[in-house]
Write a protein that binds this ligand. Structure first.
Ligand SMILES: [Zn+2]
Ligand SMILES: [Zn+2]
Length: 301
């Protein structure tokens, strides 16, 4: 699992910066989380194949999180996409997209599967063979979800030397990595534990933007490998964070600490700031393992 930051900023435009957009690679597939204006340029710049995007998740109806969506939906059709595209978004965003398609009489080359979200409780919106996506109801000025993406238990790894040593036909290698015993060329049963090792630990990523501080979703993000939490404001602007339902540096630090996450990523910075060292400094007073969002930054999870 790895993450590419396509946009690090809050709502107002800033030169060479973009609003919220994260690209998560999981099981060799791409999930795009929020879709800022200009997202297509960022995808191009980061050499990301549009065709590998399987799912798009939109957190809420504020423009800095979805103004790039209609453009991307249109481009995928111009590129003659033929496989389905799943988009999970609030019902309000779904209606905007449907209206656009209707009034422009746009006929897409692929099946756009729009799923409108409206529940205030966490729900599993996708349950793939390899990963699952859960909503994280957040506290913001409009209906907003964060998203938790969890890999499922991974297959065991084949120890090739041992498999050959034990005279196992290669047609059984797949079965061994699924945790089944097999019979070798001489009719002897081989225990999978003797010729495989544990698979990699499944990873998890939680995306929480935009949100005021809340402990209501702590149980959902407990011990995730990477937590992204917005920090629109430094602590000195807490009053602004409160009135706009956003978080400060210390809010994000507290959340990461209480949820006992492994690593914290911060972003959605207000355009009033030009330097971000103070963001890191303030969070580190509470939670040390923290990184800053920056356009083009890639993180292995
Ligand atoms: Zn925002
Ligand atoms: Zn917002």
């Amino acid at each position: 699992m790895n993450l590419t930051i396509l946009g690090s900023q809050g709502a107002l435009p800033k030169l060479n910066k973009y609003s919220s957009s994260h690209l998560l690679e999981v099981c060799n597939k791409y999930i795009l989380i929020d879709c800022c204006e200009g997202v297509q340029f960022q995808l191009r710049k980061n050499k990301i194949k549009f065709s590998k995007i399987e799912v798009i998740l939109i957190s809420h109806a504020h423009g800095d999180h979805f103004f790039g969506l209609i453009g991307l939906i249109t481009t995928l059709s111009l590129l003659r996409r033929d496989k389905d595209l799943e988009v999970y978004c609030p019902v309000s965003v779904l209606k905007i997209i449907q209206a656009h398609l209707k009034y422009t009489n746009l006929k897409l080359s692929y099946n756009l599967k729009l799923k409108g979200l409206k529940s205030n409780s966490s729900e599993i919106i996708k349950d793939d063979s390899c990963y699952s996506i859960h909503t994280i109801p957040l506290t913001h000025s409009v209906y907003t979800n964060g998203f938790l993406i969890k890999e499922k238990k991974k297959r065991r790894k084949l120890l090739l030397d041992k498999a050959i040593e034990n005279n196992i036909n290669k047609i059984f290698f797949n079965k061994l990595t699924k945790g089944h015993n097999v019979v070798n060329k001489y009719g002897v049963e081989i225990n999978y534990l003797d010729v495989t090792s544990n698979g990699d630990k499944p990873k998890s990523y939680a995306y929480c933007s935009d949100t005021a501080y809340s402990e209501s979703y702590l149980n959902l993000i407990k011990e995730v490998d990477l937590l992204y939490c917005e920090t629109t404001f430094l602590e000195k602007h807490r009053d602004k964070a409160s009135s706009t339902h956003h978080s400060t540096t210390k809010d994000a630090g507290q959340l990461a600490l209480k949820a006992n996450v492994k690593k914290l990523l911060i972003g959605h910075f207000s355009s009033r700031y030009d330097y971000y060292d103070d963001f890191l400094g303030e969070v580190k007073q509470i939670f040390n393992n923290v990184s800053l969002s920056k356009e083009g930054r890639k993180l292995d999870i």
